[in-house]
Design a protein around this ligand. Structure first.
Ligand SMILES: NC(=O)c1ccc[n+]([C@@H]2O[C@H](COP(=O)([O-])OP(=O)(O)OC[C@H]3O[C@@H](n4cnc5c(N)ncnc54)[C@H](O)[C@@H]3O)[C@@H](O)[C@H]2O)c1
Ligand SMILES: [Zn+2]
Length: 334
């Protein structure tokens, strides 16, 4: 195997490399990649592909990628591409990567046209999750990953969400039982959805709950690191619930309940919280709507959006009128 690793976890990846080397399984030195979105570039992709080819990678070899979602997506795409595809083993080391990006087979890089626009479906042969690797993860990154955990409860498992309301602090204290349960339930749900719909022609879109709002907030903030993905989608999920309630689709009080949970979990649940992260600035409603329209194609003034009927019951609405969204966002942002 060849190892591609996040630079931030050098001690860990070196340990893994030493174990594999002792067993005569390692092709050569670890290919190190800096964490952070900038690595998911054509230049980064070229570096990893050439690094793998330098090691003499062959079709019967495998790429082991250890790190966060950035390195996973990048090295996964390299594994899908070198020698027309070699096996991939994901060893995710952020909470987000453990519950989301390492499972489901989406790999890729960014283009100047936007995020994740060049890539491949390449399912990992194995996803190896060791919760001890999270010991060094900064709390803010952990919280951002937790937003995706809560997403699984909201989109399809009300009991899980209620359990999280009860056990979120234990998960944050990284108590093994609670943490492992949260990750396991999340992975099972993602895997089940991807098994039903690998290529996102239907159900997989449910995983985008809160993401159209969230991606627009991220795009507005310029992917500067001021607002992390998980932070943006936390507010995105509250907004999806509020909008659903406003349309009379969703049980009253749902948005309040979700907002209360994110407040307890230290995640943004209002535009004021986003302003705190973004140096006091906020987008205008039209500006945000513009970014949302870029994320999801608008046809005939209508947009696809994941909405909520209640906690644990999300669905893909295919014809949300843009003017209703405008009115909703205008009420919050002017
Ligand atoms: N393929 C998919 O289905 C999918 C799904 C969701 C997100 N993603 C992608 O995942 C990426 C985000 O992933 P992420 O949140 O893991 O970000 P990331 O990979 O940038 O990791 C966050 C930060 O933590 C550092 N880090 C990683 N592991 C660590 C550890 N154990 N201890 C200390 N520091 C550590 C990284 O170096 C980085 O600075 C985005 O590019 C997104 O597009 C992909
Ligand atoms: Zn996400």
């Amino acid at each position: 195997v060849a190892i591609v690793a996040d630079q931030a976890i050098q001690a860990l990846s070196q340990r893994l490399a030493n174990h594999l080397k002792e067993r005569g399984l390692l092709l050569g030195p670890v290919i190190a990649v800096p964490g952070g979105e900038a690595s998911k570039s054509f230049a980064g992709f070229e570096r990893v592909c050439n690094g793998l080819l330098d090691l003499g990678i062959e079709r019967n070899h495998a790429v082991v990628v250890i790190g966060g979602g950035v390195v996973g997506d990048l090295a996964g795409f390299a594994a899908a591409s070198v020698k027309r595809g070699v096996a991939l083993i994901q060893v995710p080391t952020t909470l987000l990567a453990q519950v989301d990006s390492s499972v489901g087979g989406k790999t890729g890089i960014n283009s100047r046209h936007g995020k994740n626009l060049v890539g491949a479906f390449h399912q990992p042969s194995l996803v190896l999750i060791d919760t001890d690797t999270l010991d060094t993860l900064p709390p803010r990154q952990f919280r951002a990953g937790y937003a995706e955990v809560a997403k699984y409860g909201l989109l399809g498992d009300a009991d899980f969400f209620a359990w999280l309301e009860d056990r979120q602090e234990a998960v944050y204290r990284r108590e093994p039982d609670a943490l492992i349960r949260a990750i396991e339930i999340s992975c099972r749900m993602k895997a089940a959805i991807v098994e039903r719909d690998e290529r996102e022609s239907g159900d997989r879109a449910l995983l985008n709950l809160g993401h159209t709002f969230g991606h627009a907030i991220e795009a507005w903030a310029g992917y500067s690191g001021a607002v992390l993905h998980g932070e943006a989608i936390a507010l995105g999920m509250v907004l999806a619930a509020e909008f659903s309630e406003m349309q009379g689709i969703c049980a009253g009080g749902t948005a309040k309940r979700i907002a209360a949970h994110f407040e307890a979990a230290g995640l943004p649940r209002s535009f004021d919280d986003i302003a705190m992260l973004a140096g006091g600035k906020l987008p205008g409603a039209d500006q945000l709507l513009g970014f949302m329209a870029q994320d999801k194609k608008v046809s005939d003034g209508k947009m696809n959006l994941v909405l909520l009927r209640r906690v644990g019951d999300a669905f893909v609405a295919r014809d949300v009128p843009a003017d209703k969204l405008r009115a909703f966002l205008g009420g919050k942002l002017g």
